[in-house]
Design a protein around this ligand. Structure first.
Ligand code: HEM
Length: 199
């Protein structure tokens, strides 16, 4: 897949422009392998069929719901002012209802420190970039059951949520423990991988 997709691009990348290795670049490098593996697992679901798309959504929900619950419990709205515009729990539950999907929830991570919370947010917000690409695959389906269940993949696409998150990350960078932010990101990728393996 990544022969076709360039994950190293500098598009929308304030960190590259500053010429120093910033927190976002650190996160991207530290999780590149986890991202590659997750891509492979998720692209194994056949997104042209309802059965494949249902399993894809079930896997995503299995990780997204406990991660968002942990973020809320850890006070995400005090750090991420526009959190209510970012939560995708309702969107994915709505999609699952429409295509008769089931919930297989992964264990929620323990309460997140400020640094870990930002690492989890990095992964969830970054997943919107892959979603843009996946939405195009799903949109090719002629099945209205599928094309009517894309609230998760299209969520927030009219807003520059990723770019705004990168600004927040750069703003918070002086106040975080880098290793802990990376640990939060690894936890989030780990939960998605677990959900993709078990779905
Ligand atoms: C098959 C599924 C996926 C594909 C094909 C995919 C593809 C991509 C692509 C093309 C980008 C770069 C977009 C750009 O720079 O404009 C990207 C970025 C990213 N994706 Fe994925 N993605 C997928 C799933 C996921 C999932 C499920 C997660 C997390 C749960 C995720 C996390 C991220 C993150 C954190 C970034 C930002 C990396 C950076 O800092 O630049 N992706 N993805």
């Amino acid at each position: 897949m990544h022969a076709l997709i360039d994950l190293s691009g500098s598009r929308n990348d304030p960190g590259r422009r500053t010429g120093r290795v910033d927190l976002r670049v650190r996160l991207k490098e530290a999780t590149a392998e986890a991202h590659r593996q997750l891509d492979r697992s998720l692209l194994a679901f056949d997104l042209r069929t309802v059965a494949g798309y249902r399993r894809f959504l079930e896997a995503n929900a299995g990780a997204l719901l406990p991660l968002e619950a942990a973020l809320v419990e850890s006070g995400v709205d005090e750090i991420v002012a526009d959190w209510s515009r970012r939560s995708r729990t309702d969107a994915i539950l709505d999609d699952l209802t429409r295509i008769d999907g089931k919930l297989h929830l992964m264990p929620a991570p323990a309460s997140l420190s400020h640094s870990r919370l930002l690492g989890v947010m990095y992964v969830l917000e970054g997943s919107r970039l892959g979603a843009r690409f996946l939405l195009k695959l799903v949109a090719r389906s002629a099945d209205p059951a599928m094309t009517g269940a894309t609230a998760y993949l299209s969520h927030g696409s009219a807003e520059p949520l990723w770019e705004r998150f990168l600004l927040l990350l750069a703003h918070e960078a002086p106040r975080v423990e880098e290793e802990e932010v990376v640990a939060g990101a690894r936890t989030a990728f780990g939960l998605f991988s677990m959900a993709a393996a078990g779905a």
